[in-house]
Design a protein. Structure first.
Length: 230
């Protein structure tokens, strides 16, 4: 990235952080992504070559480090102290974005991979049974990437695009926009069910408790400016 040619600390930070995709990469690393393929899943539209470049830039800047992954024969990325200090900055950016430039959830802004990665990050595992729990999601309006599984075991949530081969405890049938609206806090789960925009089939305890274990995005509480002014 071409520099700004000034000593200003804001400019120096912008030289690292404002390249396209960079803040999203940092966001997901701070949220628990560790491997290259994790980032490809959570940011599906980024070209692999571009992702490699952004990771290299962040390494060179000391924001992240690459270390050998134990037991996987691969590499993983972790945020350094410099990277961890970006957490409040990203939180403020998220609040600002939700309040002032809120997405209207246009079709081109919706992607099942991004949504399912986000959902799996915020599952409240303490409200799920202690045994392994498998939740199946099917988007009835998609042709590709329409089937997803969440496997929750010992407090760890894995998101799978391929059938993990376990018995399913709860099946969720809906469309991409509806589940996005629920996750964003725009559509209460109760209302989505009563309007038949989402169908739940499976263990009654999981259905009754879904409003507790299905976590919303962190900025769901932030009212967009146009709504706050009403």
């Amino acid at each position: 990235m071409k520099g700004y040619g000034t000593y200003c600390p804001i400019a120096k930070a912008a030289e690292i952080l404002t390249e396209r995709w960079t803040l999203l990469v940092i966001r997901d690393l701070l949220a628990g992504a560790r491997h290259f393929n994790d980032l490809r899943l959570s940011i599906p539209l980024i070209p692999p070559a571009t992702l490699s470049k952004r990771l290299k830039t962040l390494q060179d800047a000391g924001v992240i480090e690459r270390v050998a992954s134990s037991g996987r024969g691969s590499w993983e990325y972790r945020t350094t102290e410099a990277g961890l200090q970006l957490k409040p900055f990203l939180h403020i950016a998220g609040e600002w974005g939700q309040r002032w430039v809120r997405s209207q959830l246009l079709r081109h802004e919706l992607h099942p991979s991004t949504l399912m990665w986000d959902i799996h990050r915020f599952i409240n595992t303490e409200h799920l049974p202690r045994k392994r729990t498998v939740i199946y999601f099917e988007f009835d309006d998609l042709r590709r990437m329409k089937r997803w599984w969440l496997v929750i075991e010992e407090g760890v949530v894995d998101v799978c695009l391929d059938d993990p081969g376990h018995d399913v405890d709860l099946s969720v049938y809906t469309d991409l926009r509806t589940l996005t609206e629920i996750f964003m806090g725009d559509l209460p789960l109760r209302l989505a069910r009563s309007n038949e925009r989402i169908t739940l089939i499976g263990a009654s305890e999981l259905i009754r408790g879904m409003s507790k274990w299905f976590g919303l995005m962190p900025f769901a509480y932030v009212k967009p400016r146009q709504l706050a002014a009403q």
